[in-house]
Ligand binder design. Structure first.
Ligand SMILES: [Zn+2]
Length: 278
């Protein structure tokens, strides 16, 4: 998309489609802490804009292959040692674990609705290491996941012991039984069509179901560093959020926010989370 954009033209926003962005920063080299996706240094250029319509930060570039998450992603980050990393993260104490605190947030919210874990089906989209479902399983929930990486889904089934795992994306996923909880834990910022992906999830949601979303909080992150220092703005995040853009995303999928908050996590990530329903 950005490749077709001539000088002076503003590329369209990944979230709302408006070509109404204000340039925040141009990034001309891989930041030191950013994952190395093997982009040639002379090809590395991306510009981060803030959308004048939906307020999302968006990174305009075409530097990552569409199949970046189908195996190579895990090769470069996890080096096929998902199980080892899973065990390490699962053993972190509550006060040092983003995931433990997330599990408490979700189980508390669901508990307040009066749902019992063994009757609650949870679908985690883009599950990766699968630590979230590992924590939910400990609480007795029925756990399912989707991930484009066959290494991740095999790990989920064999090591984490989820009840079901699907290799692919929401685009090809169907279910006979809808889910009470669907989670997107730092996933929607990685896709070029976040509102479409969220809409697809709504089709899989039980009538009274809840969608839990976590996204990088760009607005707060910029109060604590620059876009090249803060991982919230690294290359694999096409969109980075603030409360207004989170609302735009949720409303574009026909959802309503029941609870949303900005948090600073033990890993130093600035994050927005939201519980949403129809
Ligand atoms: Zn926008």
């Amino acid at each position: 998309m950005s490749g077709n954009t001539g000088p002076g033209q503003i590329p369209p926003c990944w979230l709302c489609g408006a070509a109404d962005g204000r340039l925040v920063v141009e990034v001309r080299a891989r930041p030191e802490r950013e994952i190395d996706f093997g982009i040639e240094p002379d090809r590395y250029y991306r510009a981060i804009y803030r959308c004048g319509r939906c307020a999302v930060f968006y990174s305009a570039h075409d530097l990552l292959d569409d199949d970046v998450y189908t195996g190579r992603y895990n090769e470069s980050i996890y080096e096929h040692q998902l199980a080892e990393r899973y065990d390490r993260i699962m053993s972190l104490p509550h006060d040092r674990s983003d995931n433990r605190q997330r599990v408490v947030r979700v189980t508390s919210f669901v508990g307040a609705l009066g749902w019992t874990p063994k009757r609650t089906r949870v679908l985690d989209v883009g599950t990766g290491l699968c630590v979230f479902l590992g924590g939910m399983k400990e609480q007795g929930f029925r756990c399912y996941c989707i991930d484009p990486d066959p290494i991740a889904t095999r790990h989920a089934l064999e090591h984490v012991g989820v009840d079901g795992a699907y290799t692919g994306t929401l685009d090809g996923f169907k279910t006979a039984e809808p889910f009470e909880v669907i989670s997107f834990n730092k996933v929607l910022e990685h896709v070029k069509d976040p509102a479409d992906q969220l809409r697809r999830a709504v089709e899989l949601l039980a009538d009274n179901g809840v969608i839990y979303i976590e996204l990088p909080d760009g607005q707060t992150a910029l109060e604590h560093g620059t876009p090249t220092e803060r991982e919230e703005f690294f290359i694999d995040h096409y969109t980075v959020y603030c409360p207004a853009s989170l609302s735009h995303l949720v409303e574009a999928a026909g959802l309503t926010i029941a609870e949303a908050r900005a948090i600073h996590e033990p890993s130093d990530k600035y994050t927005l989370y939201a519980f949403c329903h129809r």
